[in-house]
Design a protein around this ligand. Structure first.
Ligand code: NAG
Ligand code: NAG
Length: 339
């Protein structure tokens, strides 16, 4: 019985925390992150303050380029992701962030927020005109996947300066816990355009509709390939090879076809699979812990009964830790909660 009472007390305090965070959800304030310094072994990128030289720095091969999308509603996730990348990098001063934001977004606010929290960060914001993409998106089974910014990863080769040869693309709902230069150094071999975590046990058939599989002129696209599902949220992309092969157009062509014939149900992933599955280089699975590593036994969704009231909130018990998510971002981890 005491257990039940304790649990109810816990639930009550959770409800309190949640109502506070809910109220503040639209108006975040972020603290300033400390400066992160290079270790002595880091290669040098060109440091000068003249405008010409700053573009030389962007073009330096020794820089690690990271691309992410940025929008006001997911800002909290992006901030956590950026901090986690810097914290675990041995050469944080050599990192250059390329943020893609909707052209309709308040870019100066985003710019200011990033610059205030990360005053030492090298970054650029690229406005992404999402109207052409919006016209190509057919509604998927998950509304969150229909946001045009989800498709920005297909346009990196055009958006980023031509001198950027390689970029690590990261979704904005993740936390990195290792040195990103190791991820960026994932070998691409002689041909691969990108590397991503591949899962050959996933049922590849299920990513496309029966219409697709029953039409040989479509499904033959996978002939001579061993296609596997891969996660497009953690990718190392060779932008030179991408540009040379004009892969942006190839992906757009599949999206145009999808507008006429429904060949898949999910959002931005299937066109990537159509173009690249079977031809990518693998990223070590340790870089991609689904559910932020919540793979240990004892994971339990706590707020199931409240789902209709708290659609954006999720509470998970993970091995005695309570994890509070808001819109898929971890707000709070209460360790040894209620023990
Ligand atoms: C962000 O702010 C900096 C400094 O004020 C400015 O130089 C830069 O052009 C701004 N970038 C964007 C995309 O607004
Ligand atoms: C894979 O998915 C397809 C379509 O969703 C289904 O028909 C098939 O039985 C599944 N195969 C396996 C091995 O689960």
């Amino acid at each position: 019985m005491t257990g039940v009472m304790e649990f109810l007390k816990c639930l009550f305090s959770i409800a309190l925390i949640l109502s506070i965070t809910e109220a503040n959800a639209g108006n975040f304030h972020f603290r300033e992150a400390p400066k992160f310094y290079n270790s002595p072994k880091c290669p040098s990128v060109h440091y000068t303050t003249t405008p010409a030289a700053s573009s030389a720095k962007i073009c330096s091969d020794n820089a690690v380029h990271v691309a992410m999308t940025l929008d006001a509603s997911y800002l909290r996730g992006s901030m956590a992701a950026i901090l986690s990348v810097l914290q675990h990098s041995s050469c944080p001063e050599n990192m250059i962030f390329h943020f893609v934001a909707s052209a309709a977004a308040d870019t100066s606010h985003l710019n200011l927020t990033i610059a205030n929290s990360f005053p030492y960060l090298q970054f650029n914001i690229y406005p992404f005109d999402d109207s052409p993409v919006a016209g190509l998106i057919s509604t998927s089974i998950r509304a969150a996947l229909d946001c045009p910014l989800n498709y920005a990863r297909n346009y990196l080769a055009d958006l980023l300066p031509k001198c950027v040869q390689k970029v690590v693309y990261l979704d904005s709902d993740l936390v990195l816990v290792d040195d990103i230069s190791n991820l960026a150094a994932t070998p691409l071999g002689n041909e691969a355009v990108l590397a991503a975590p591949e899962y050959c046990n996933a049922n590849f058939t299920s990513y496309f509709t029966p219409t697709f599989w029953s039409n040989p002129s479509l499904s033959l696209t996978f002939a001579n390939r061993k296609p596997c599902y891969f996660n497009t949220g953690v990718m190392v992309v060779d932008l030179e090879r991408w540009r040379a092969g004009d892969y942006t157009t190839k992906i757009v062509e599949w999206m145009e076809l999808q507008k006429r014939v429904r060949i898949y149900e999910l959002g931005s992933l299937p066109p990537f699979l159509l173009v690249f599955a079977g031809n990518i280089a693998p990223v070590d699975h340790q870089w991609n812990q689904h559910g932020l590593g919540a793979s240990c036994i004892g994971v339990e969704r706590v707020n199931r009964g409240f789902d209709s009231m708290l659609t954006d909130l999720a509470l998970w018990m993970l091995c005695g830790h309570l994890m509070i998510y808001y819109k898929r971002h971890i707000l709070l981890i209460l360790e040894n909660f209620c023990n």
